[in-house]
Write a new protein. Structure first.
Ligand code: BYC
Length: 344
């Protein structure tokens, strides 16, 4: 085994104490070493001027690869993210909550469709993406590998995870790749309804009976650590941030997104009389930054690599859906027909 490399996939061991890589390099080579320098300079100038890159445009192989990785992971997160809340549709407390939750879950699956289409514009067929998801090769957001134990969990997901997602997506919708940005704009509009629905749900529980207040506090206690992980590893150990920010795929670093979330939502959580399970959480008035207990990056690493409480169950559900839906796809498309690849 090579020290500093994961024995399972041969990649750098990113979150262990030993190996911290901030600039992705392949064996000392620059990621764009093989690119035509003139085309690369033109491409980077377009991005610097705030132009959008479209599917037919020239782009460095690494830009394409990074976008496919990120958009595909995002699409998987939406489709797997529908599951923890989806299991509560049949148990929602009342008809209005049930209708709203059904609409939300349906939206999340729709977001996955938009994102798979955006990733397809870069050349990876949707079937390959789905296969990589159900075989466990692709990642998806850490948060969806935890169980939604009570109704209050769905309220916390809809409020705070959607809030985190909006912070990330509003920023990145101003990024450089046209199809991803356009998909994010549409997604954010829908997510803002989810956020209102989630907030209304949390307010209802937090101002309800003692049982309801305890239930929502318990849900917040369990979801807080995964929510802190949601924004990605700290900037010190993030692998892709530097490259992605240079090419305006990511418009803010993981730590900056986390700070923005804390700034906007900690006061709202406290206003409801709820507590946050981190005794060290406080705003440093001099720096303007939130201080908090460093999230457990070893747990994060385990969860995103397949060993969280629900990873196996989540993938089993998707695998089953894929198998059960195969006849529909067969009925819709002839064997010798190609999927049409969306261009935008
Ligand atoms: N979970 O170098 P880093 C929703 C991985 S769904 C899992 O910082 P990057 C919703 C990362 O992939 C919205 N893995 O990465 C749906 C990389 O691994 P690989 C979800 C994570 O890309 C239903 C490694 O760690 N949002 O809202 O620069 C119901 C190194 O990290 C995570 C998105 O998907 C994570 N949290 O930055 C309700 C947003 N974080 O690929 C709600 C799109 C990191 O090298 N994605 N990793 O093996 C992004 O913005 C960025 O990919 C991230 C990470 C900020 C997440």
């Amino acid at each position: 085994m090579v020290p500093g490399f994961d024995p399972h996939n041969g990649r750098p061991e990113m979150y262990g104490n030993a190996y911290i890589e901030t600039t992705p390099k392949t064996a000392g080579k620059s990621l764009t070493e093989n690119e035509d320098p003139v085309k690369l300079a033109e491409f980077e100038a377009r991005i610097a001027h705030g132009e959008k890159i479209e599917p037919q445009d020239w782009m460095p192989a690494e830009y394409r690869k990074q976008l496919i990785r990120m958009i595909e992971q995002h699409a998987h997160s939406e489709i797997i993210g529908a599951l923890p809340e989806g299991t509560w549709i049949t148990r929602a407390p009342g008809f209005r909550r049930k209708l709203a939750l059904m609409a939300k879950v349906q939206d999340e699956v729709g977001h996955a469709q938009l994102l798979y289409s955006a990733a397809e514009t870069l050349g990876k067929p949707r079937e390959d993406m789905i296969n990589d998801l159900i075989s466990g090769k692709s990642k998806y957001s850490n948060v969806f590998n935890y169980p939604a134990e009570t109704w209050a969990d769905t309220a916390i997901i809809a409020w705070l995870i959607d809030a985190g997602a909006i912070i990330n997506q509003v920023a990145n919708s101003k990024g450089s790749y046209g199809p991803y940005c356009r998909a994010l704009e549409r997604i954010c509009t829908e997510e803002s309804f989810h956020l209102k629905y989630g907030h209304d749900n949390v307010v209802y529980l937090a101002t309800g009976t003692q049982v309801q207040r305890e239930m929502v506090q318990d849900a917040l206690n369990r979801w807080w650590p995964p929510i802190m992980h949601f924004f990605g590893p700290s900037d010190k150990i993030s692998v892709h941030t530097e490259t992605l920010m240079k090419w305006k795929v990511k418009m803010a670093s993981n730590d900056d997104m986390r700070q923005k979330f804390l700034d906007e939502y900690v006061p709202k959580i406290w206003d409801l009389g709820l507590t946050i399970p981190d005794p060290d959480l406080k705003k440093n008035e001099e720096t303007g930054k939130w201080e908090y207990t460093e999230p457990d990056w070893e747990e994060f690493k385990r969860v995103i690599n397949g060993d969280g409480p629900c990873n196996k169950e989540r993938l089993a559900v998707r695998r089953k859906a894929e198998e059960k839906g195969a006849w529909v796809r067969r009925a819709l498309i002839h064997d010798n027909e190609q999927y049409s690849i969306p261009l935008a």
